[in-house]
Design a protein around this ligand. Structure first.
Ligand SMILES: [Zn+2]
Length: 274
């Protein structure tokens, strides 16, 4: 980008933030960052402070599969300063139609490492830390936000409980077939996943993606919505899916926002919590 164009974006960023155009560079943002993030910096909803908040943020993405791929790619692209990628699986041939951070030459490679390699190509300015392991609550140390892209109810409830205990904001998501769900959670302030869904379905009642199937773009939609919610929470934007979950049916593009409330008897975020 030319100096002129860079100056143009700086002026645009300032005018979008309601500031007078001044010769001083934005505090903390370098020229390359202004250029890289220019299309989000000019948004009326965004600001230099939003971008700096992202750069200072540490986000843990649990699962580097169909949801984790778009989530991690969008968060890396947007400039989240540190991304932890948790996955204990290896790349399989049947993953490739929807797990967009993995390519055919990656077959057999650990998903966390495969994902991290692509994310570093996407944005070398950030730190990407792969964890080839199952989720453990100790991983929340230092995390400002968690995005749960796991594919099992057991992990989802484990992550919810751990995030509530650590008071770490969480974005939940799930997809199967052409349907999915997204929910944002600020523990102690908004309903948690267990407030919305007190009991996991009994074993065998909820089919897995291996049994029921899933279409790649459906996972892409849900993962993109999770990334959007994560950015809203990190940058303090309005409209996050707090005290609500979004039920998405992509057969007919029905998006239903379902209001939920904190439950006084919730074992994860209930009375013992406060
Ligand atoms: Zn709860």
């Amino acid at each position: 980008m030319s100096e002129d164009r860079r100056a143009f974006f700086r002026a645009l960023v300032r005018s979008a933030a309601g500031e007078a155009a001044a010769p001083a560079p934005p505090a903390g943002l370098g020229d390359e960052e202004v250029e890289r993030y220019s299309r989000q910096l000019v948004l009326p909803e965004w600001s230099e402070l939003s971008q700096l908040a992202l750069r200072d943020a540490s986000v843990l993405v649990i699962g580097a599969g169909a949801l984790g791929s778009p989530v991690a790619a969008y968060l890396a692209g947007a400039g989240v300063g540190r991304l932890g990628i948790v996955d204990d699986d290896a790349v399989e041939l049947s993953n490739l139609p929807r797990q967009t951070l993995h390519f055919t030459p990656d077959l057999g490679a650990p998903k966390a490492e495969s994902a991290a390699a692509k994310l570093r190509f996407l944005n070398p300015e950030i730190v990407v830390e792969p964890y080839q392991a199952r989720f453990a609550p100790a991983m929340l140390e230092g995390a400002d936000l968690v995005v749960d892209c796991s594919d099992s109810f057991a992990t989802r409830y484990e992550v919810n409980a751990a995030c509530c205990a650590a008071r770490t904001p969480l974005v939940e998501g799930g997809v199967i077939g052409l349907s999915g769900l997204v929910m944002a959670i600020r523990p102690g302030e908004s309903a948690c996943y267990r407030c919305a869904f007190p009991e996991a379905p009994p074993p065998g009642a909820a089919p897995t993606c291996a049994e029921a199937g899933v279409l790649g773009p459906a996972a892409g939609v849900i993962g993109s919505l999770q990334a959007l919610e994560a950015l809203k929470l990190l940058a303090g934007l309005d409209g996050a899916l707090l005290d609500a979950f979004l039920q998405v049916d992509l057969h007919d593009h029905a998006f239903l926002r379902v209001a939920v409330r904190r439950r006084a008897d919730c074992p994860d975020c209930g009375p013992a919590y406060d």
